[in-house]
Design a protein around this ligand. Sequence first.
Ligand code: UD1
Length: 419
Amino acid sequence: MPFMRGLRIVGGNRLSGTIAAHGAKNAVLPILAATVLCSRSEIKNCPDLSDVAVSCHILRHLGFAVERAGDTLTVTREDTGCRDVPPEWMRAMRSSILFLGGMLARCGSVTLCPPGGCALGGRPIDLHLSALRQMGAVITEEGDTLRCTAPGGLHGAAVRLPYPSVGATENLLIAAAGTPAETKITGAAAEPEITDLMAYLRACGALIESRPDGAILVQGREALTGCCHTILPDRIEAATYLAAAAITGGKVTVYASPEHLAAPLAALRRMGCRITTGEQSITLIAPERLQGAGNIVTLPYPGFPTDLQAIFMALAAAAEGYTAFTETVFPRRWAHVEELRRLGADITVAGSHAVIRGAPLIGSALTCTDLRAGAAVVLAALAARGESTVTAISHIERGYADFVPTLRHLGADICLTEV
Ligand code: UD1
C-alpha cells in the first residue's frame, strides 16, 4: 500500500506568537461563484485552499480566464459557451452549488449534480432549488443530474426562506443580483460572509439594501461590471488558532475581527481565558487549566458557529469540569467524537446533545473525518501527552492555508510525514 501524507504531533508545547488570519474560505467561495455575473473581477486576499482551486477549475470550464498573482485572483470572462459543471468538481465541495444561481441569471441554463463537501449528516439543497424556482427557474431532476433553465430569464420575487440557510441565501443573492428586477428576501442568513458577498455584488453594480428587520432588497442588473474586492479575514480560522493557544496554555494574538467572534470569545472567557481585543485583533492568554464552558448551543449567526463545535469540543475534552453541546444547525455533526475518544476524551452523545467531562488526553493514531473535525483532533493532539499521528489531512487543506507552518511558527511540535 502506498504511503499517505499525514501529520506527526508531539503534544505539550505552549503555543505563543502573532498571526494574521487568511481571507475567509466561506466568503471567497460564494464570491468566486458570483464572478460568473461579471466581465472582470479582481479578488484580493484569496487563501490558497484546495476548495478555491476547485472554484477556479469550474470557472475555467465555464469560459473564464482565472489568474493568480500572490493572493489576488483575476477572473475575466472569455465565454466558450459551456453550460455544465462536471460532476467531479460538483462533488469536490459544497460551494459548487453556488454556481447555479449565477449561471441561471447570466446564461439561462446550467446542468449539474448535487454538491459534495464535508459529511455533516444530511445536507439537502431543497431550499436553494425552491428559492430559485420562485424566481422562475425550471429544474428537473433526472437521476443524479439537475437540468436547470430559466425560459425567458429569471424574474424578481418575494422569497421567504423557512430557515436562514447560508448557501441558499447566497445562491438567491447571486441570482437576484444578475436579474434586472427587484427581489425581496426574508428569513435570510446574516453571517459576515454574506455581508461580504453583498459588498462585492454592490461594488459590481447591483443595488442591495439590508433592512433593519432583516429583509434584503435586491435590484439586480443584466450585466454587472465586476470590481476589485478584498475578502474579509476568516473568523473560523482565527478562532481555531485562539483555541490552539487556549488548549496548550499559551498566548496568541490573531488579526481578525472580534465583532465576528462574540459568541466563541464569550465561551473562551467562561473557560478561564483572558481576552483583549482591538478593532481588528484578538489576544488570548490561556489559564493554567481550562474550565468547562457550561452550555454551548450552535445557532445561525450571531449565535455560536457550528463550524467551531468540534474545535471547542477538543477544548472541553482537555478542560476541568463539564461542557454540554447542543448542535441545532447540523444535528448529527459528531464525526469527531470517536477520534477525540481515541485520545481519552470522555464524551456522551444523545441525539443532538453531547456532554464532555474533562480527562487527561494521551497521544494516539487519529484521522480527519471532515474539515473542522480534522482541526479539532490536531488541537487535541497538541494538548495530549506524547505522540499522535493524523491521517486524511486533505480535509484540513480544504479550509486552512499554511496550517502546519502556522502551528510550527507558534511553537507546535508538528510535521508532515508519511503514515
Ligand atoms: C455553510 C458553510 C458551513 C457552515 C454552515 C452553517 C460554506 C461553504 N459552508 O454551509 O461551513 O457549517 O454554512 O453555518 O459557507 N439545509 C436544508 N436545505 C437546504 C440548505 C440547508 O435543509 O437547501 C439545512 C442543512 O442541512 C443544515 C442547515 O440547513 O441543517 C444549515 O445549512 P446551511 O446554512 O445551508 O449551510 P451551508 O450553506 O451548507
